[in-house]
Design a protein around this ligand. Structure first.
Ligand code: HAM
Length: 422
């Protein structure tokens, strides 16, 4: 007998959690530098939010949501992504009225999608994402991309590729949409059923189809870049100009289509180029969503953001063989000999920990030798040895585990002695 973890989820065990914490800490630090503030929204929302926000015609809404009825019959969905909820909160809390614009937010938390699990694809995964709301300035597009790149690079990734496209404004998209429909309509019966539905719903998504990727009409499909009106073209050029200016290399790919409906103007993905990285190479995806705030009931407000999963980031680190500089070991292990010393060690540990010295002791009545072994296993920098005799004299023996040197230290001064050294 025994319970098994649900498919597509994972336990993150203590030795792995250290990496997660390190990455999350880095992300938070970079957000502080860029002045993005954390927002925490619920894990579940009303289903309608995602239908509206992410888009009815997307795979996420049609096939991948964890949706259920609560006890009052309301339709609830575990969030599949963070943008819709962030925008909901932005509107609900009238952040558009804040004097400080744009409103720059970030989140780190679990998202849920009922997808076919494979390497790099989970049913519960953790996204780190940022959203900048209230500015339609190409410099903020470049800033958001730069923030994502900074995170990857600061962790040691080098094999990265930024792919960027413009989906244009409403007018450009409309012109392109018509061109796409004309292009595919005559031979749409040669495409999969998904593409057939997409033809009038969202023909752009046909370009993203995995099944019909090789169809000859794909390669000759009209490119959005040929349909950008002057304003959209200028906007995109300015984004690229800023990226050049801050030294971020990119590849323009007119076929880059994102899987969510809310995008316009800038759309981008960051991929891993590392050899041996699995089939899914997209580490991060994002873009501009100028109509979304209105769609969710707020005033006309531009927005842009991205999200990346920690799972794929870790996979990329592994593919590149990057070891995160996680500090191992503890400051001090207290070894005791005799009943009185054992009892007293409880107060010694309390003192040490109060002073910020990470410390541990034995709780299993181990012999001295085994206690030293435990100290080794925990990679203790110092071992404090207290026997009943020492205790009577008010001293302890302190061993520096790296150099092997030993010193007698008065118990009264033990904390300050170690504090100076760790
Ligand atoms: P997305 O492209 O659906 O965009 O997801 C963004 C990132 O989340 C992906 O690049 C990938 O790193 C990660 N991801 C997605 N699905 C999975 C999965 N099943 N397992 C592991 N990782 C996954 C969004 O979610 C948008 N909200 C991004 C955005 C923010 N656009 C503007 N603002």
């Amino acid at each position: 007998m025994g319970f098994k973890i649900p498919r597509g989820t994972q336990d993150i065990l203590p030795n792995q959690v250290e990496k997660w914490q390190f990455i999350e800490q880095k992300a938070k630090e970079i957000c502080r530098l860029y002045q993005y503030k954390e927002i925490r929204t619920p894990i579940f929302e009303h289903t309608e939010l995602f239908a509206r926000g992410v888009g009815d015609s997307t795979d996420i809404v049609q096939k991948e949501m964890y949706t259920f009825e609560d006890r009052k019959g309301r339709s609830i969905t575990l969030r599949p992504e963070g943008t819709a909820a962030t925008v909901r909160s932005f509107v609900e809390n009238k952040m558009y009225a804040s004097p400080q614009q744009p409103v720059k937010l970030y989140y780190i938390g679990p998202m849920f999608r009922y997808e076919r699990p494979q390497s790099g694809r989970f049913r519960q995964f953790v996204q780190f994402g940022v959203e900048a709301l209230g500015a339609s300035d190409p410099a903020i597009d470049a800033e958001v991309i730069s923030l994502a790149m900074d995170l990857y690079r600061s962790l040691g990734l080098t094999k990265l590729k930024l792919v960027i496209n413009s989906l244009g404004d409403k007018e450009s998209r409309q012109a392109h949409r018509e061109a796409l429909i004309n292009h595919f309509e005559g031979r749409i019966d040669e495409f999969c059923s998904d593409c057939q539905t997409r033809l009038h719903q969202n023909p752009l998504r046909i370009l993203d189809c995995k099944k019909d990727r090789e169809h000859e009409l794909m390669a000759t499909a009209p490119s959005i870049l040929d349909y950008l009106n002057e304003e959209s073209k200028q906007y995109f050029e300015k984004v690229l100009y800023y990226l050049d200016q801050i030294g971020i290399q990119y590849e323009v790919d007119a076929n880059l289509v994102r899987g969510l409906d809310y995008y316009n103007h800038t759309a981008f993905e960051i991929m891993s180029d590392a050899e041996g990285f699995g089939a899914i190479t997209t580490l991060c995806g994002g873009g501009r969503y100028n109509g979304l705030v209105q769609e969710i009931g707020g005033p006309e407000t531009p927005g842009i953001g991205f999200a990346l999963s920690i799972e794929r980031l870790l996979a990329a680190l592994e593919a590149e063989g990057v070891e995160l500089p996680i500090t191992k070991g503890i400051d001090c292990y207290v070894v005791t000999l005799g009943e009185k010393a054992k009892d007293h060690s409880v107060s010694i540990l309390k003192e040490l920990r109060k002073a910020g010295i990470s410390s541990e002791k034995d709780y299993e009545n181990k012999k001295m030798k085994a206690q030293f072994k435990a100290a080794d296993r925990l990679e203790a920098k110092y071992v404090v040895v207290v026997g009943d005799d020492e205790l009577d004299k008010g001293i302890a023996n302190v061993k520096n585990m790296e150099s092997g040197s030993q010193e007698e230290v008065s118990l009264d001064e033990l904390t300050s002695y170690l504090k100076e050294r760790v």
